[in-house]
Design a protein around this ligand. Structure first.
Ligand SMILES: NC(=O)C1=CN([C@@H]2O[C@H](COP(=O)(O)OP(=O)(O)OC[C@H]3O[C@@H](n4cnc5c(N)ncnc54)[C@H](OP(=O)(O)O)[C@@H]3O)[C@@H](O)[C@H]2O)C=CC1
Length: 763
C-alpha cells in the first residue's frame, strides 16, 4: 500500500505517489503522461495490465484528496446503469485503432462497460495544434470526465474549443486511469484471421510488438479520415472546389494577445465588407475565416483558387484538385505569407508578433488542403466470421464521417459515434444476435450526418451511451436485420450467404433495364427515372410502369407523390396478384428506408420487365421462371453487357451468377456434412433426420404437395412474419428468414447444413 513517505518541508509531508499523480495530471506530452503513469503504478504496486481491478486498486491505494475529486467524477460516470456495474462486456476484448480524440473516447466507454481495451497509435507524440470547436454537449461530457482537473483552462468562460493535442492528453489520462492499454509508436497493418486455437489478432509494425498477441472480438477503427479497413466502403460527397488553409501562430499568452477577440466564424455572406476590404488591401480572397485562441493562435480559412494563383501560392492551374494542391505545385513561402497576412488583417493587426508555431516535422505549422470531397462510410459496422470466431468491426470519428470544419462537427459527431459504438458493443457483449446488433447500429447511424446542436437533446447531463438519451427521435429498428446482411462477411461459415455475393460483386449491364423503365414511365407526372434508387422513392414510378402496361389496374390520377407507403403497397399488391411477383421487401419498409437498396430494386424490376414483356398475361414469373429466361438470353449477350465493374449497372450476367450460385447451394449443401452449431459445443446435435432435404428458393417452386406452396412460402416458419424473396431460405420444405434459423440452445444463426430437424416437434 502506498509509497514511502518523504518530507518536503516541515509542514509539508508528501507521499511520492501524490507528487507523481500531480505530475501525471499536469503532464503536457504523451511521453510524460505515460512516464508518470508507469511511475505511479510502480509506486502503488499495481499492474496496469490487470485492467479488471486496476481502477479499484488505484482508488484504494492513492488516498489523495486531489485524486479523490477525480474519482468522484469517474465513479459518477461509471455508476450509470448502462454499464451494469462494469459487467456488461466482461467477456469482450476490444482493439481500438487510433489514439485520436475519437479512438480514446470510445476506449473509455468500452472500459466502463468492463471490456479489455487495447489502443494502438502509430504516432509517438501528440503534436496537432489545430483547434476543434466543441458543441455544448461535448463540453459537458468532457467536464464530467474531469477535463478541468487535467487542463485548468478547459472551456473557461465562453470558450468552446480546444486543441486536438490537449484533448488527446485529457482523454489519454482518463483512459489510462480506467485500465485501457495505450500503445504508441505501433502501426496497425491489418487483421489476422483466426487459426488453430488463436482468435482474431492484428498484424503490427513493429512485428514483435507485444500487442500482436492480443486476441480480440471487437475491432474499432478510429484511424482518421484516410484509414478505411476492409469490409467498409466510403461514399464521396463532392461539392464545388473548396481549398482550406490552417495556420498556427505561437501564443505567448501576453495581456496584449489576450485582448484580441476570437472570430468564431465569419462567412462571406454575412460580412461582405470585411472580405471586400481584405481583398482590396491584401489581394487575399476568402470565403470564410475562423480564429481561435488556445495553445496557439489558430486560423482556418477557405481561400478562392483565383487569389491563390494570383498570389503565387499555387503555381499552375489544374482542374484536378490533387494536381492543383500537390506539394510541387505549391509555393510554401507564398503560402506562409498568404496565411500570415490573412491572420494579421482579420485580427486588425493586434496580434503583435505573428510567428508560426512548429508542426511535428519542425516546419511552420501551415497546411493547405482540399475539402471538395467529403467522405462518409456506407455502413458503420460489420461482422466477420472465420473458423467460428466472430469479429465485430466498427468505425468512429473521421473515418466514419468526415467533418465539415466550419460547423465543428468533427468532435461532436465523432463522440456521438463513439457512444453509439459503445452501445453496440454492449449489445454484442450481452449476446444479442449479431444481425440485430448491426441493424440497430445502422439505424442510429442514419441520424448522424443530420445532427446539429439544435436537433439533439438539450439534457446534456442525461447523455449516455444509450442513443435514446441523445437523439431526439431515434428509431432503433429503422433498419431491419434482413437489411444488414450485406454488412457481414461469414464467408467461411456460410459460403452461400447472399450478402457476400452482393458485397463482392459489382454488377454490370443494367442500362438496358433502366432504359426500359425510362421508356415506359416517360410522360407520367412526378416520375423521372434516372436510377434504381432515388427515382423510385415515391412509389409513383412503379405505379406508372403498371399503368403503362395495364392501365385498367391503376388510377394514376388518384395517387399522391407524398404517400409512398400507399403507392408501393398498391403496386406490390397488383404485381403480386396479377403477375405473381413477390415483393422483395414490405411497402412500409421501402417507403421509410432512407435509401432504397439497389440490388433488391434491380432484382424486382427485372422480374417486372420479364412479366410485362411476356406474350401472355399470367405466364409464370418469379425467380424460377426468370432463371430459365435468363439462361436463354445469356447466349445472345454481347460483350458489353457482360462487362463487370461498373457500379452503377446491374447485369443479367450478375443475375445469372446469382441464380447459379443459389442453385449451387442445393448441390453443395446436399453434399456437405451436417455440422453442429460451432458456438454451442456443450450441446451436441442429435442425429440428423435421414429425410433431410434442402430446397433452394431459387429453384423452381415446389409442387403443392411437397410442402412448400406459394402461401407457405410467404410466412416464416419460425417467426410467422412474411419472408420476402431476398431473405428467404428453406429446409425441410419450410421457408424462413435466414436470421430466424438459429440454434435452439444458444441463439446463434445456424449454417444451412448445421442443424437437426425433430419431425415430432417440428423444431
Ligand atoms: N488537421 C486537422 O485539423 C485535423 C483535425 N482532426 C479532427 O480530430 C478529430 C478526431 O479525429 P479522429 O477521428 O479521432 O481521428 P484522428 O485523425 O484525430 O486520429 C487518428 C489517429 O490514428 C492514427 N492512425 C492512422 N492509421 C493508423 C494505423 N494504421 N495504425 C495506428 N495508428 C493509426 C493517426 O495517425 P496519422 O494522423 O499519422 O495518420 C491518428 O493519430 C475530428 O474532429 C477531426 O476533424 C483530425 C485530423 C486532422
Amino acid at each position: 500500500m502506498g509509497g514511502l513517505l518523504t518530507v518536503k518541508g516541515p509542514f509539508d509531508p508528501v507521499n511520492p505517489s501524490h507528487a507523481t499523480f500531480d505530475l501525471f495530471v499536469q503532464a503536457q506530452s504523451c511521453k510524460d503522461v505515460k512516464h508518470h503513469f508507469a511511475e505511479l503504478c510502480k509506486q502503488l504496486d499495481i499492474n496496469p495490465k490487470d485492467f479488471r481491478s486496476f481502477y479499484g486498486k488505484l482508488k484504494e491505494r492513492l488516498n489523495y484528496w486531489k485524486a479523490k475529486a477525480l474519482w468522484a467524477k469517474l465513479d459518477k460516470r461509471a455508476s450509470h446503469a448502462d454499464y451494469q456495474q462494469g459487467k456488461a462486456c466482461t467477456k469482450n476484448k476490444c482493439l481500438v485503432l487510433g489514439a485520436g480524440p475519437c479512438g480514446l473516447r470510445v476506449a473509455i466507454e468500452l472500459s466502463l462497460l468492463g471490456a479489455q481495451v487495447v489502443v494502438l497509435e502509430k504516432r509517438e507524440a501528440f503534436t496537432r495544434n489545430n483547434v476543434l470547436h466543441l458543441w455544448p454537449y461535448t463540453i459537458c461530457d468532457l467536464r464530467a470526465l474531469g477535463a478541468k482537473k487535467f487542463y485548468g483552462k478547459f472551456c473557461t468562460g465562453s470558450l468552446d474549443h480546444i486543441s486536438i493535442r490537449q484533448l488527446q492528453l485529457i482523454l489519454l489520462k482518463v483512459s489510462l486511469l480506467l485500465g485501457v492499454e495505450v500503445h504508441t509508436g505501433v502501426e496497425f497493418q491489418g487483421l489476422i484471421e483466426p487459426s488453430g486455437d488463436s482468435g482474431w489478432t492484428a498484424n503490427l509494425q513493429p512485428r514483435s510488438h507485444p500487442a500482436s498477441a492480443f486476441q480480440f472480438d471487437v475491432f474499432i477503427s478510429a484511424g482518421g479520415g484516410r484509414f478505411v479497413p476492409d469490409g467498409f466502403k466510403h461514399k464521396e460527397l463532392r461539392g464545388k472546389l473548396a481549398i482550406g488553409i490552417t495556420a498556427n501562430f505561437i501564443n505567448r499568452n501576453t495581456a496584449e494577445e489576450a485582448q484580441v477577440a476570437e472570430i468564431s466564424g465569419v462567412a462571406r455572406i454575412y460580412n461582405q465588407k470585411f472580405f471586400q476590404d481584405l481583398l482590396a488591401q491584401t489581394g487575399i480572397d476568402l470565403e470564410n475565416i475562423v480564429y481561435y485562441k488556445d495553445d496557439t493562435h489558430y486560423f482556418v480559412m477557405t481561400a478562392k483558387k483565383k487569389s491563390l494563383l494570383k498570389k503565387g501560392v499555387i503555381k499552375q492551374d489544374y482542374s484536378n484538385a490533387d494536381e492543383l494542391l500537390a506539394p510541387v505545385n505549391v509555393d510554401r513561402e507564398a503560402l506562409h505569407s498568404y496565411a500570415h497576412d490573412a491572420a494579421h488583417f482579420s485580427t486588425g493587426g493586434k496580434l503583435p508578433d505573428l510567428q508560426f508555431a512548429r508542426s511535428q516535422s519542425g516546419q511552420p505549422d501551415v497546411a493547405m488542403f482540399d475539402f471538395t470531397c467529403m467522405h462518409r462510410a456506407e455502413n458503420a459496422s460489420f461482422v466477420k466470421e472465420r473458423r467460428g470466431k466472430k469479429l465485430l468491426m466498427a468505425l468512429v470519428g473521421d473515418c466514419l464521417v468526415e467533418p465539415f470544419w466550419p460547423l465543428g462537427t468533427g468532435i461532436a459527431r465523432g463522440f456521438l459515434a463513439a457512444f453509439d459504438t459503445a452501445w453496440m458493443v454492449r449489445s454484442w457483449g450481452m449476446g444479442i444476435p449479431h444481425l440485430k446488433v448491426l441493424a440497430e447500429r445502422e439505424s442510429v447511424y442514419q441520424l448522424l450526418s443530420q445532427t446539429t446542436p439544435e436537433n439533439t437533446s438539450k439534457n446534456y447531463a442525461a447523455y449516455s451511451i444509450d442513443p435514446k438519451t441523445r437523439y431526439q427521435r431515434v428509431n432503433l429498428s429503422a433498419i431491419h436485420s434482413n437489411q444488414v446482411r450485406n454488412v457481414r462477411d461469414l464467408s467461411h461459415s456460410c459460403p452461400f450467404d447472399l450478402s457476400v455475393f452482393a458485397l463482392s460483386e459489382s454488377f454490370s449491364g443494367s442500362e438496358e433495364l433502366l432504359k426500359w423503365c425510362q421508356n415506359h414511365t416517360a410522360g407520367y407526372a412526378n416520375v423521372h427515372v434516372k436510377d434504381f434508387t432515388h427515382s423510385w422513392r415515391s412509389g409513383l414510378a412503379l405505379c406508372a410502369l403498371i399503368h403503362h402496361f395495364r392501365s385498367h389496374l391503376i388510377d394514376m390520377s388518384a395517387l399522391d407523390e407524398s404517400s409512398a407507403a400507399h403507392n408501393f403497397h398498391l403496386a406490390f399488391s397488383i404485381l403480386e396478384k396479377e403477375l405473381g411477383i413477390q415483393p422483395v421487401m414490405s411497402a412500409a419498409d421501402l417507403a421509410n428506408s432512407s435509401e432504397i437498396d439497389k440490388l433488391s430494386m434491380v432484382l424486382y424490376l427485372t422480374q417486372v420487365q420479364k412479366a410485362f414483356s411476356s406474350p401472355a398475361k399470367g405466364e409464370r414469373s418469379g425467380i424460377g421462371y426468370f432463371f430459365l429466361k435468363v439462361k436463354k438470353r445469356k447466349k445472345v449477350k454481347t460483350e458489353k453487357e457482360m462487362r463487370m465493374g461498373d457500379d452503377d449497372n446491374v447485369s443479367l450476367g450478375f443475375l445469372v451468377r446469382f441464380c447459379l450460385s443459389r442453385f449451387m447451394i442445393v448441390v453443395i449443401v446436399l453434399m456437405s456434412m451436417i455440422q453442429p452449431c460451432d458456438l454451442c459445443p456443450q450441446t451436441p446435435a442429435p442425429p440428423v433426420s435421414p429425410e433431410l432435404t434442402l430446397v433452394p428458393d431459387s429453384a423452381p417452386e415446389p409442387e403443392p404437395n411437397t410442402g412448400g406452396s406459394m402461401t407457405n412460402s410467404e410466412e416464416c416458419y419460425f417467426c410467422g412474419h412474411r419472408v420476402y424473396v431476398l431473405e428467404r431460405v428453406s429446409a425441410e420444405g419450410k421457408f424462413f428468414h435466414r436470421s430466424c434459423f438459429s440454434c435452439h440452445e444458444c441463439g446463434i444463426t445456424l449454417r444451412l447444413g448445421g442443424y437437426a430437424f425433430d419431425q415430432s416437434t417440428g423444431e
